[in-house]
Design a protein around this ligand. Structure first.
Ligand code: TRP
Length: 454
């Protein structure tokens, strides 16, 4: 496929919303609250914010620069900024990571569809806490139903990717992101108006440093990379569809701010509601699927209609957030397969989705019939989450920082960030310093600490 046939985002807003759509996802509404809950609240959030600022942002900008310069898929883009051709390994690793994330992400995203359905038919009404836990267990370990949800979810993802960059990804992101902002605000207001909501706010904003260990840092860094869609060529692929007058530094700040705001706002939906009915916030991955529906029922028990709308809005929000993110994962893989194997986008997207469906089925089964089958003590679902968020993404981020900071052509990099010298970028020096020194050492230090080296 030659370069002129590649898709392109039609407007600046569309480009930012697409990138923000990739960043805002289950990572913000599902993963962030449970990581925060199980790592002690505000102290975790503080470390998370530092990770975003000092490790994440420079790498976002580096990915943007590589992508827009290359105007090609993630693997090839990493050969076009100078340095050895071996750096395309970053892109290959990214594509592999993309397959792994999409597979387990699709399973959790499928659950959101089931919950949209259940809230739609008012299936939560009148249930108590034990019932919610039992129902979720039963659903997630069912051999068939979650797979049907996974299938439908991947079908939606694939359909939008097949429609193309402008008609599919950009249009989808514009629609879903605007709805998502509105939903989030409505839900935050409802949640904060509950009795004793302030206990949840306090949990979010009052740090308790006694809970901080080395593992907290790894969790916060993993969450930062995961939430920004970083370290696997996702933002790089999207940036390859950016226009040449797009200001990359501004875009990087916009995407990181939108992503962080939505994560904190999700915390403001979930914790006040949980504290209001006296439920512990450290329930882990099941927080959003077991704790919350119960919270919605209890908190608004006097107002069944509010409780119905609250649940439906919340799970719709979750499903849309997941969809704009999974689209971006599939796009990385699709652009790579279609451009490198010279096949049509449609077939590349379909083939990749089928492969993810197979891997996803393994993840889903690992929570039920295959529960006893473990690798390093983890089932497929947990293994994929651990491998990607805690190893492959920070590892990819490290390589990107080293490549762009030390080996890529300096002039090309400066030209990309300053649009050929036409925009002033006062923070350029800070960016380069963070990229060359702070990001690689920070990531490495957190890794080594976890391996017990210090
Ligand atoms: N950032 C998304 C979220 O918060 C998930 C995601 C999309 C992602 N694309 C990615 C994570 C690429 C890592 C890499 O849910």
């Amino acid at each position: 496929m030659n370069k002129t046939e590649r898709g392109r985002f039609g407007s600046k807003l569309g480009a930012i919303l697409a990138a923000a759509g990739s960043a805002v996802g289950l990572g913000n509404v599902w993963r962030f609250p449970y990581e925060t809950g199980s790592n002690g609240g505000a102290a975790f959030i503080l470390i998370y914010l530092l990770c975003i600022l000092f490790l994440g942002l420079p790498v976002v900008l580096a990915e943007f620069a590589v992508g827009r310069h290359g105007k090609t898929n993630a693997a090839r883009a990493f050969t076009l900024m100078g340095g050895s051709r071996h750096w395309r390994l970053i892109g290959f690793l990214g594509v592999l990571t993309g397959f792994l994330i999409l597979s387990y992400y699709g399973v959790a995203a499928g659950w959101t569809l089931e919950y949209v359905f259940q809230s739609g038919i008012n299936g939560f009404a009148g249930k108590g806490p034990e019932q919610f836990a039992a129902d979720f267990q039963q659903f997630a370990s069912d051999p068939l139903r979650p797979m049907l949800c996974l299938f439908i979810f991947l079908l939606l993802t694939c359909g939008i990717v097949v429609l193309g960059v402008q008609k599919g990804i950009e249009r989808g992101a514009k629609m879903m992101m605007s709805l998502l902002f509105v939903f989030v605000l409505i839900l935050v207001v409802c949640s904060l108006s509950l009795p004793n909501a302030m206990a949840g706010v306090e949990f979010l904003f009052k740090p308790d440093f006694s809970k901080v260990t080395g593992a907290t840092f790894l969790a916060a860094m993993g969450q930062a990379f995961f939430s920004l869609s970083l370290g696997m060529g996702c933002l790089c692929t999207y940036a390859s569809y950016f226009r040449s007058d797009e200001k990359l530094m501004n875009d990087a700040f916009s995407v990181a701010s939108i992503d962080t705001c939505i994560a904190i706002l999700s915390g403001l939906i979930i914790f006040p509601a949980a504290f209001s009915v006296g439920i512990s916030p450290d329930a882990g991955p099941s927080l959003v699927f077991i704790t919350l529906p119960n919270v919605f029922q209890q908190a608004f028990s006097a107002l069944p209609l509010v409780s119905y709308c609250f649940s439906l809005l919340f799970y719709l929000l979750l499903a849309m957030a997941a969809l704009t993110s999974s689209i971006s994962m599939l796009e990385v893989v699709t652009a790579f397969v279609s451009e490198e194997l010279q096949i049509r986008r449609r077939w590349a997207a379909l083939g990749s989705s089928l492969f993810c469906l197979l891997l996803g089925i393994c993840c889903s089964l690992s929570l039920g019939p295959w529960a006893d089958y473990k690798i390093w003590g983890m089932g497929f679902f947990d293994l994929f989450d651990f491998l990607t968020a805690k190893i492959l993404l920070p590892g990819g981020g490290f390589l990107i920082a080293v490549y762009v900071g030390w080996f890529a052509d300096k002039k090309i990099l400066r030209d990309e960030i300053t649009n050929g010298g036409t925009v002033a970028v006062p923070l350029y020096g800070v960016f380069r310093f963070l990229l060359r020194y702070v990001a690689p050492t920070g990531i490495l230090a957190i890794f080594l600490d976890q391996m017990g080296v210090f």
